[in-house]
Design a binder for this molecule. Structure first.
Ligand code: AMP
Length: 412
């Protein structure tokens, strides 16, 4: 089915054509008619599925043209980067209309936001904290909001934003349309749904728990002391154009970045201790190819739309299984193929098993060719009753057993 058959306005169809989209993605096929018909929608699509256009296109279609009464659509996002990304996408989609879009987030001055809000925005993409500040200061009112989108609701919950979200929802008119997107629906989100939504229709796209099919993913077991060496060897051995390396902590990310810089990699770092300007420069430089490597923490990177990521490397195994899906979802987007590598040390085993249970899939363990492995317990034969998946044994310094060797190939 084409975009034209979904009932979008002519201006939106022009916008979609200008973006180069030919066919709607599955979530767009399902969500666009529902939102256009005025239904509340709960979506559980993964990132990279075209979720933004799925809610933005019908909302923009219904908003039509500029009206200076105040924002009629509000989109709440957990991070500044996501808010900025959604603003950009909406500006792109609405380029053939006179609709005005603005973004509101913390960590920057109020001047520009105040000016834009005063000038009258039809659509506001925002993080909850700063938006509340604007409400308190009287620089913004939400009493004209007709469309409310709660994006990445589970992440807003994780980050402790749910009380702020509730306060913001209370400021919106009761008579409105609400869409909520969340990878998982824990009880707190269920409560929010009961409270904030009216007879919502649920759209589940694909299995919620499966990684993107076009991503090849493998695990590299290694001893704790060789993690960094293995990372450097991995970077040397693969043909990468752009790689995101995920670390558990901000300090860890800084340490890895320093090591990679010393090894002459062009590296940018993205985590929440960096200033807004540094984060923007890191993302922009990475998107433009100035940096080949982006070292990031989960919160900073969740949901970011970065095109053409050839590889994702988990320097640290994610603690939450769903973060695994989000991380490896950075590669293989928009039907490109990508590779995802996870470096695993002995103490990561329970987290790896949790991920494998979560995705109902065993992730192949592989060995780096020509890498001098030191002994690691991960290479021992599994004992009777132990979880399968760690075959192989070190004899005379060599590793035997059921490991595959990862395909090599020099970096460009
Ligand atoms: P999202 O899941 O909203 O972050 O979108 C992921 C990427 O897919 C973005 O780069 C979008 O521009 C792109 N995209 C969204 N819808 C389509 C479509 N129908 N055809 C091709 N690309 C799309």
């Amino acid at each position: 089915m084409s975009f034209a058959a979904l009932g979008l306005s002519e201006k939106m169809l022009e916008g979609v054509r200008a973006m180069g989209y030919t066919d709607p993605t599955p979530i767009q096929l399902r969500a666009i008619p529902l939102v256009l018909s005025g239904k509340d929608v709960i979506g559980s699509a993964q990132t990279g599925t075209g979720k933004t256009a799925a809610f933005a296109l019908p909302i923009l279609s219904k908003l039509g043209s500029h009206n200076p009464v105040g924002p009629r659509a509000l989109i709440l996002e957990p991070t500044r980067e996501l808010a900025a990304q959604v603003e950009t996408a909406i500006r792109d989609y609405s380029r053939f209309t006179d609709l005005k879009t603005t973004v509101v987030f913390g960590g920057v001055g109020y001047g520009k936001q105040n000016d834009e809000l005063k000038a009258g925005a039809d659509i506001v993409a925002a993080t909850p904290g700063r938006l509340l500040d604007h409400l308190e200061q009287g620089t913004l009112k939400l009493d004209k909001v007709e469309f409310l989108v709660l994006d990445e609701a589970d992440r807003m919950l994780d980050m402790g934003f749910l009380p702020d979200v509730r306060r913001l929802v209370e400021q919106c008119p009761r008579k409105r349309h609400t869409a909520l997107f969340s990878a998982t629906i824990p009880p707190q989100i269920e409560t929010l749904i009961q409270w904030a939504m009216h007879n919502p229709e649920t759209i589940e796209i694909g299995a919620r728990r499966s990684p993107a099919e076009n991503v090849k993913h493998v695990i590299y077991p290694v001893s704790d002391t060789q993690k960094t060496d293995l990372l450097l060897a991995l970077l040397e051995s693969v043909n990468y154009d752009s790689v995101i390396i995920f670390c558990r902590t901000k300090h860890g990310a800084d340490r890895v970045a320093t090591t990679l810089k010393r090894a002459n990699h062009a590296v940018a770092v993205l985590h929440s201790n960096r200033t807004q300007k540094e984060r923007e420069q890191a993302l922009e430089g990475f998107r433009e190819g100035k940096f080949e490597v982006l070292v990031a923490t989960d919160i900073a990177a969740r949901g970011l739309d970065i095109a053409d990521v050839s590889h994702v490397i988990n320097y640290d195994v994610p603690q939450h299984p769903e973060d695994y899906i989000h991380r490896i979802g950075r590669t293989g987007r928009a039907e490109a193929t990508g590779d995802a590598f996870t470096i695993m040390i002995a103490e990561d085993a329970p987290h790896v098993f949790a991920i494998e249970r979560f995705i109902s899939q065993k992730i192949p363990r592989v060995k780096m060719e020509k890498f001098e492995y030191r002994y690691t317990a991960l290479f021992e034969e599994p004992k009777a009753g132990a979880p399968a998946g760690f075959p192989g044994k070190v004899r005379g310094g060599r590793v035997h057993g059921g490991y595959h060797f990862a395909p090599g190939g020099r970096r460009r």
